[in-house]
Ligand binder design. Structure first.
Ligand code: 5U1
Length: 691
């Protein structure tokens, strides 16, 4: 008899080998999908997942009568709709009171209200809260009947929402099927959102093809959810976090009994829902304030937008006592952060020249405080974006700054009905830096300077790209220094960097002897690199870090990559015809090969071939967290070493963390490691493990 695993609700069928195989494949793919999408810890290579998926597809094609809605093959494939059907929420979807006072007094006011409602005196102990992130996305209600996703609905007016099930099914993080033992009716509520990197990639794709770009991740997510064609929705990468429940009907024989909100979230997690790792409990106002400040300080580093944090009374009994005012619970509040979008005036439009010669129109702004800093320039991306957004010098523009992303103008503030647009900016015909002709290929959206490395702007950017942390990492070589080195003709090509002597550096304006020595040391250190970092640092068009890693893995040596035909390059996952052509074009230019040879002659080196990949994997299966500053290893270098040794680097500490590697000024991650009893290492300890 077949055994049932965690994800199977079906009793064993009479032995039909094909059917048994199909059921086993479904369970396996549910399990692998959960590890990949929710836990971010793939259990098998992508190719193996694809192979199993195709095997299931083939079995279902041969036996259409066995296809069920909860099969992993059924995430995409519904018909395009004419309209969304309105559905009534079994339990209304409430909204949340917003505390717009972004200072700590916002948390104090909430705690004071809760204590007053509960008639607590100052002598009573602090109220226990759960603190969560307020995701900047769309609220969603997921309804499961007998463990199978049957409906996904937007919030709408709280009583009626829209049935967007087809689109929501395409989100890999949302389980289609739940493990045995869940309540027969279960509504899970949470937020659908788009990660910032997915949003940037989507807009980049749209810009490249001259399509409509999205203003922010929230709008992009909303557009995807309300897409009538699920095929298009499936191409818009969405994510989900669960934070609450709607209707729950327990089985006659009982079910999970929750007494706290925190416990409920942990149960949702165990059922396969993504629950933020940053959820925490907090005792009274002081801990709420600490949470607000801690999350605020790391807001830019989060991979998604948040507009605040949420506090909820943890005890469900107390929540019930507190009840609601109109459609907002008294037991919860959203405590905001300063906005990531602001309105300001466009004072002028400048043109910047990038590493590949791309000319970018940049709005010069009346300085404005947005997303935590003062912004005085914002990108307009290209001439067509500028026109599409109808931007003119003198206009009031909406500026967005979120995370590490460059601030951008997302639109203008319309001052009445749309009249015809007369731009007052023209793209220059000559490069503003070197005077070379500006060109634009017919199929391209970008204007480019044709000066190549003759153009000092391109030279500066090429050097900064090579020296950045994610490439060979020359610590301390920032844009001011590179500007000086290029403008004074001390450096003309990348290899010139390694010919820089202490004397030349120390003789630069405002350069102290000690700083010059630091740069010399950093250059020496950067010579020991890895093939992916070197390849990425060369700045070949379309070759980002991920592609560089794939190329290195596939070919093993730089010479093999330099000599690979377009056809051979197409054999690398991640490399399509445009990328293959760009790589070939780059290495077909004798001066690029010359740069590579000279860099090698200067002593830049990396492990190749078997040495690069086939070494032992002492950290296979281990998860490590880095915190603080390590004495010699940069964060990226430490991450590279751990990954090369088969380990995984995670951003947060949990019970599943094997080691925390702590340097100076290690923060809350170190505290958490101690609290959970996770082993803590210093840099020497890490290097010992890697041996
Ligand atoms: N994290 C989180 N976001 N959020 C939004 N929890 C949460 N709860 C909400 C909303 C609107 O509402 C409940 C308090 C009803």
């Amino acid at each position: 008899m077949a055994t049932l695993d965690l994800f199977s609700l079906e009793p064993a069928q009479p032995a039909n080998p094909a059917k048994l195989r199909l059921l086993a494949l479904r369970d396996q793919l549910h399990h692998l999908g959960h590890a990949y999408y929710v836990l971010d810890a793939p259990l098998v290579p992508d190719a193996e997942y694809d192979r199993l998926f195709q095997e299931l597809q083939a079995l279902e094609a041969a036996h259409p009568e066995w296809v069920t809605a909860d099969s992993p093959t059924q995430r995409v494939g519904g018909q395009a709709l004419d309209v969304f059907v309105s559905v009534r929420h079994a339990v209304p979807m409430l909204s949340i009171r917003t505390e717009t006072d972004t200072e700590s007094t916002g948390a104090e006011a909430f705690d004071a209200r809760v204590r007053k409602e509960l008639e607590l005196t100052p002598a009573d102990p602090p109220v226990e809260y759960v603190a969560e992130l307020k995701f900047d996305g769309l609220a969603m209600s997921l309804r499961y009947e007998n463990g199978v996703l049957v409906q996904a609905a937007t919030r709408g007016d709280g009583e009626y929402g829209e049935d967007v099930t087809q689109n929501i099914r395409t989100i890999g993080q949302i389980p289609l099927k739940l493990p045995a033992g869940v309540p027969p009716v279960l509504e899970v509520r949470g937020e659908v959102y788009m990660r910032r990197d997915d949003f940037e990639a989507l807009n980049e794709k749209q810009r490249d093809k001259g399509g409509k770009t999205f203003v922010n991740p929230r709008n992009a997510a909303a557009g995807a959810v309300r897409q009538l064609d699920p095929g298009i929705a499936a191409q818009r990468p969405l994510s989900f976090f669960a934070y609450g429940l709607g209707e729950v009907v327990m089985a006659e024989q009982g079910g999970p009994a929750f007494s706290t909100h925190y416990g409920m979230l942990q149960t949702l997690k165990s059922w396969g829902f993504p629950v933020s790792a940053l959820v925490d409990t907090a005792q009274g106002a002081p801990e709420l304030i600490a949470y607000h400040q801690r999350i605020g300080a790391s807001r830019d580093q989060l991979p998604f937008d948040i507009d605040g944090v949420v506090y909820k009374v943890n005890s469900l009994a107390l929540q019930q006592r507190l009840g609601f005012v109109t459609r907002e619970p008294r037991w919860a509040v959203a405590h905001k952060y300063p906005a990531q979008e602001q309105v300001t005036r466009v004072l002028g439009i400048d043109v910047q020249v990038g590493r590949t010669g791309k000319l970018t129109p940049v709005a010069r702004l009346d300085p404005v405080f947005v997303g935590g800093t003062t912004v005085s320039n914002a990108t307009l991306h290209n001439l067509f974006e500028l026109r599409r957004k109808r931007v003119r010098v003198g206009d009031s523009a909406i500026v967005r700054r979120a995370g590490d992303v460059i601030p951008e103008v997302v639109g203008i503030v319309s001052s009445g009905p749309r009249t015809s647009y007369v731009p007052n900016f023209r793209m220059p015909r000559a490069c503003p830096i070197c005077g070379s002709t500006v060109v634009r290929e017919k199929t391209e959206m970008n204007h480019r300077c044709s000066g190549g490395l003759f153009c000092s702007a391109q030279r500066k950017q090429a050097i900064l790209h090579f020296a950045q942390r994610r490439a060979v990492e020359v610590e301390g070589l920032g844009d001011k220094l590179v500007e000086q080195l290029v403008d004074t003709n001390v450096i003309r090509t990348l290899p010139d960097l390694y010919r820089l002597g202490l004397t030349a550096l120390a003789s630069l304006d405002r350069m102290a002897d000690k700083s010059a020595q630091n740069i010399v040391d950093a250059l020496e250190k950067s010579k020991q690199t890895t093939l992916p970092r070197f390849l990425f640092g060369l700045g070949i068009r379309h070759v980002g870090e991920a592609t560089a890693k794939e190329l290195a893995r596939h070919f093993g040596t730089l010479d093999a990559i330099m000599d690979a035909s377009e056809e051979a390059l197409l054999g690398v996952s991640d490399v399509g015809p445009i990328v293959a052509k760009a790589i070939r074009t780059f290495f077909d230019q004798p001066h690029n090969r010359e740069v590579v040879e000279q860099l090698r002659a200067c002593g830049v080196t990396w492990p190749e071939g078997a040495a690069a990949d086939a070494g032992p994997k002492p950290l296979a299966g281990k998860t490590l967290v880095l915190t603080g500053t390590l004495p010699t290893l940069g964060r990226d270098a430490a991450k590279d070493l751990i990954e090369a040794a088969g380990g995984k680097v995670s951003g947060s500490v949990s019970k599943k963390t094997h080691y925390v590697v702590a340097g100076t000024e290690a923060g809350s991650k170190l505290d958490k490691a101690r609290e959970l009893g996770v082993a803590v290492l210093d840099e020497a300890g890490l290097l010992e493990l890697l041996k």
